[in-house]
Design a protein around this ligand. Structure first.
Ligand SMILES: [Zn+2]
Ligand SMILES: [Zn+2]
Length: 364
């Protein structure tokens, strides 16, 4: 029976084969053999093709799912241990919860679902944990207990689907600008104001403007992970995924386009506006911007997701798996906050009192 998923295993000993960020190769945990992406691609080519074409192994009735559940869930059978793997219908790479073999769902990359590019993970789990600790450093208002060691609940490396937009923005803007000079004429002080209309027109080309294509991921957090270094963009290969999680996109390129378009337009408007200089006041009168060309390509980008729990609240952090940039919100210690607030107030009051005292002395 052909299964819908493939397990990536060492060709030498059958141990789990995982992509190693440090060596950028697939390595076996047991016999320490390592293989290039091309070698593993070749080794798994037929298995992946067969898995992508295999009929679904479990029906809705067999799983006892409601229509709602059936629309969002998928069930696979692990080729290594035979256990049932239940996951979201967007899951493209995971690991078997029972035998922990890296598991890939080739159908999630078939046809139009195949990403064009991928940035492979550059930073490992250990580095993500160290970066989180460094992120806490110097945060004066952070509760001391939060910093202590045993609080990382979950850490996972996820290849997040993104659309990368290329495009040209055509913009036409007019500004009302003024310049004035003041001079003395007899008994009068005269202010002369000159009014100008400044016009700016131009086309700005954009390349690889990212917008995440996963409903699960917060747009705010994903935007904040930028920039990515696009020179490390590789052609997509499934063999980059074993050992990590991956989701296929569930936000279409048309849906994400609104977000990408407005980013490109805002940057163009800011760029044109920044050239209107040498005036006392500048007010935009007319702003016109539209995208005249462009396309979106599908890519997977590496993100470490770390979740911590503190006083029954979940705190989520995400880290750019390529650059190490960390994004997340931290709890605030209200007692520390009050302490520092009181110190600031005390300093302000001391300065005011000193100024007031000097003023009295001088006036006397
Ligand atoms: Zn091995
Ligand atoms: Zn298994």
């Amino acid at each position: 029976m052909t299964r819908n998923v493939t397990n990536y295993k060492c060709p030498n000993c059958g141990g789990p084969l995982k992509f190693d960020a440090a060596s950028q190769k697939l390595t076996c945990e047991y016999c320490k053999s390592s293989f290039t992406n091309d070698e593993v691609e070749q080794y798994y080519a037929v298995k992946n093709e067969e898995a992508a074409a295999a009929p679904a192994q479990f029906t809705q009735e067999e799983m006892g799912w409601t229509d709602e559940e059936a629309a969002h869930l998928k069930a696979y059978s692990c080729p290594s241990c035979g256990a049932q793997i239940v996951c979201d219908d967007t899951t493209a790479a995971t690991s078997c919860p029972y035998c922990s073999n890296p598991t890939i769902v080739p159908a999630q990359f078939a046809g139009a679902l195949k990403p064009k590019y991928i940035i492979p993970f550059q930073l490992e789990k250990q580095q993500a944990m160290e970066k989180l600790k460094a992120f806490y450093q110097g945060k004066t208002l952070l509760p001391t207990a939060f910093k202590s060691d045993n609080h990382i609940e979950e850490i996972k490396g996820v290849y997040v689907p993104f659309w990368l937009y290329n495009g040209t923005i055509d913009a036409d803007m007019a500004f009302h600008a003024t310049r004035s000079r003041t001079y003395q004429e007899g008994d009068y002080q005269v202010t002369e104001t000159s009014n100008y209309q400044a016009v700016r027109r131009g086309e700005v080309e954009f390349e690889k403007v990212p917008a995440d294509a996963s409903q699960k991921m917060s747009d705010k957090y994903m935007d904040a992970l930028e920039p990515f270094d696009w020179t490390e963009l590789q052609n997509f290969k499934m063999s980059y995924l074993p050992g990590y999680l991956a989701d296929r996109y569930d936000v279409s390129d048309q849906e994400d386009e609104i977000r990408a378009d407005s980013r490109m337009k805002n940057s163009t408007v800011a760029l044109l506006s920044s050239t209107v200089i040498g005036y006392e006041s500048v007010v935009p009168e007319r702003t016109y911007a539209r995208r005249i060309a462009g396309e979106a390509v599908y890519a997977l980008l590496p993100v470490w997701v770390l979740s911590t729990k503190y006083q029954d609240r979940q705190y989520l952090f995400t880290m750019n798996g390529q650059t190490g940039k960390m994004v997340g919100s931290l709890p605030m210690d209200s007692r520390k906050f009050l302490f520092w607030f009181a110190i600031v107030i005390a300093i302000v009051m001391a300065i005011s009192a000193a100024v007031w005292f000097l003023w009295i002395v001088r006036a006397a």
